[in-house]
Design a protein around this ligand. Structure first.
Ligand SMILES: Nc1nc2c(ncn2[C@@H]2O[C@H](COP(=O)(O)OP(=O)(O)OP(=O)(O)O)[C@@H](O)[C@H]2O)c(=O)[nH]1
Ligand SMILES: [Mg+2]
Length: 283
């Protein structure tokens, strides 16, 4: 561990390239593309290629996990997307789905009307895409009204495409989470790791936790100092982690700091919202 600046993310996602090929194929067959991003990272958790891949198709953007993001920042992001002509809404898929449903229905309105003009009652097909762990399957379960798609707090839970009937006239396609060339951007990659869009197993966890805590000390200094019982806000690197161990009592048998425990707690408490509602990217 030499400091967050040199953190390497070794990420060889075997099923990702297959997912990308399937995404392209499926996009040509659906009426609407539903893009989920994480409301805490509205920039880094979006796919820069999706515009190209979707072409002229209807699309909606859902900023999920809004319950974990700063509401005023979410509002600012929505205003920005609206000014760019993107139909977007902030949602908390784990507790409600009607805003998502409204947006999807709206996006499909023209296709439905065209079919109706030909005397056909159309079944709208929409595909749900986004980075791993953003809540795609959770949203589908919410709209379906039951646990039809597997969800989990780790990335890479959904391994294959799955069509789910929401109503007789709406079907949603659940897809495996995709990481895209964002990983070429080390800052975006690091932030995606903070929100567990990248598996911890392929990461240098101590480096990641240290870097997250350093970022939190910049974004929410008081809350972070309080939560981790830090008395010297200028600490960085290993001494910072040691201070967390001391402050929170993460000590081993002979009093040495339990660094692994401190790292796990830093990541877990940020991810579960215990430090408050924090948006890491400003609109
Ligand atoms: N706090 C919060 N947690 C959520 C929300 N939506 C989903 N989650 C949680 O996020 C985790 C990932 O959810 P999934 O639905 O499996 O995510 P996914 O996008 O399908 O992930 P992959 O299939 O791995 O690509 C689960 O632990 C969910 O409970 C939300 O709106 N708020
Ligand atoms: Mg899934």
């Amino acid at each position: 561990m030499e400091g967050s600046r040199v953190m390497q993310i070794n990420w060889y996602p075997g099923h990702m390239s297959k997912a990308k090929r399937l995404l392209g194929e499926q996009l040509s067959r659906v009426d609407v593309a539903v893009e989920l991003c994480d409301a805490r990272l509205p920039l880094s958790s979006r796919n820069p290629d999706l515009d190209k891949m979707i072409g002229g198709k209807c699309r909606v953007l859902l900023l999920n996990k809004a319950d974990l993001a700063d509401p005023s920042q979410t509002k600012a992001w929505l205003a920005l997307f609206s000014s760019q002509g993107i139909a977007a809404a902030a949602i908390t898929a784990s507790s409600q789905g009607h805003d998502a449903m409204r947006l999807i229905t709206n996006a499909a309105r023209e296709a439905v009307a065209r079919a109706e003009a030909r005397g056909i009652k159309k079944t709208v097909r929409a595909m749900v895409v986004g980075v791993p762990n953003v809540g795609k399957s959770t949203l589908i379960n919410r709209l379906h009204g039951g646990a039809i798609a597997k969800v989990g707090e780790k990335p890479g839970v959904t391994r294959a495409n799955q069509w789910v009937h929401i109503t007789p006239y709406l079907e949603l396609l659940d897809t495996p989470g995709m990481l895209w060339p964002r990983l070429n951007d080390p800052l975006a990659a690091k932030r995606l790791a903070y929100i567990a869009a990248i598996r911890d197993e392929v990461l240098d966890v101590p480096m990641l936790a240290m870097s997250l805590l350093e970022d939190l000390l910049t974004v929410i200094p008081r809350a972070a100092q309080e939560r981790f019982k830090l008395t010297d806000p200028s600490l960085r690197g290993i001494p910072l982690l040691e201070a967390v161990c001391k402050g929170r009592g993460f000590l081993m048998r002979f009093g040495e700091p339990d660094m692994d425990r401190a790292c796990a707690v830093i990541l877990d408490e940020y991810r579960s919202g215990k430090l408050g509602r924090i948006t890491l990217e400003r609109a």
